[in-house]
Ligand binder design. Structure first.
Ligand code: SF4
Length: 254
């Protein structure tokens, strides 16, 4: 836990200090999300967004939906080269420890539901099967379908659904979770429909089927460590897991 002093120094970070942290993060991760930045800098998402906007004006990054990526600015490229240089130095130091005839095993993370195919490649089709179990809506295409623009949706719901829909199914959440839980992924996929009127008709079947498939695939349970949210490159929030749990409870009492 951070001391009050440490918290104080975080809270009093100047823009220049925040800028340095943001650029460091961009070098390390190749992208940053607004929610992650707000957490790391101990500022509101409004301030995090404003910082990204200011850095975009300086040409140092390019804003994306919910975050930012590094720009091609010469200063940024120079820092990236330097970063690569550090990584190269680490690789060299590691290589120096290897003697002729040594056998080296380099493996990806191990999650039962993501079996290793070969070398650093894992089979992530478990996510596809979860998606196929309910991650869709059925639409009547007979010509009587209501125009989507006639359905009123609050801005907050539309934004939250869009945020959830940015999940790319990379599996970083599973990789980082000590339980190999896929709840952030499934929470995102359930949320993107649960928040919209179009997702209501099949909502109960959707959440039941997707959660059942998730269990069938062998993913572990969530114990709320929050590691998934920190590692997620798209800034998917833990709120999606809470929403999925609520949806499941609703479905089960129907
Ligand atoms: S880490 Fe984020 S983007 Fe990747 S699968 Fe998990 S929730 Fe989706």
């Amino acid at each position: 836990m951070q001391s009050k002093k440490a918290m104080g120094s975080l809270m009093s970070k100047t823009f220049a200090q925040r800028k340095a942290v943001i650029l460091d993060l961009l070098m390390e991760e190749s992208s940053v999300s607004v929610s992650e930045l707000a957490k790391r800098l101990n500022v509101t998402v409004v301030t995090a967004r404003a910082d990204l906007a200011a850095l975009e004006e300086e040409g140092l990054l390019v804003r994306t939906h919910g975050g930012a990526v590094p720009s091609q600015h010469p200063k940024v490229m120079k820092r990236m080269q330097a970063e690569k240089g550090v990584k190269g130095a680490i690789a060299k130091a590691a290589a120096a420890m290897i003697k002729d005839g040594d056998t080296i095993y380099i493996e990806p993370w191990r999650a039962k539901a993501f079996p290793v195919i070969k070398d650093l490649i894992v089979d992530r089709t478990a996510f596809d099967r979860i998606q196929q179990a309910g991650g869709f809506i059925s639409v009547n295409t007979s010509g009587n379908t209501q125009d989507a623009n006639n359905i009123l949706i609050s801005k907050h719901a539309a934004d939250s659904a869009m945020d959830a829909a940015t999940c790319i199914g990379c599996g970083a959440c599973v990789a980082t979770c000590k339980n190999s839980s896929a709840m952030l992924f499934v929470g995102a996929k359930v949320s993107q429909y649960a928040l919209l009127p179009q997702g209501q008709i099949e909502a109960a079947d959707r959440v039941r089927n997707m959660v059942a498939q998730m269990d069938l695939e062998g993913f572990g349970n969530c114990t709320n460590t929050g590691a998934c949210e920190v590692e997620c490159p798209k800034g998917i929030s833990l709120e999606t897991i809470a929403r999925m749990n609520r949806e499941l409870m609703k479905a089960n009492v129907k």
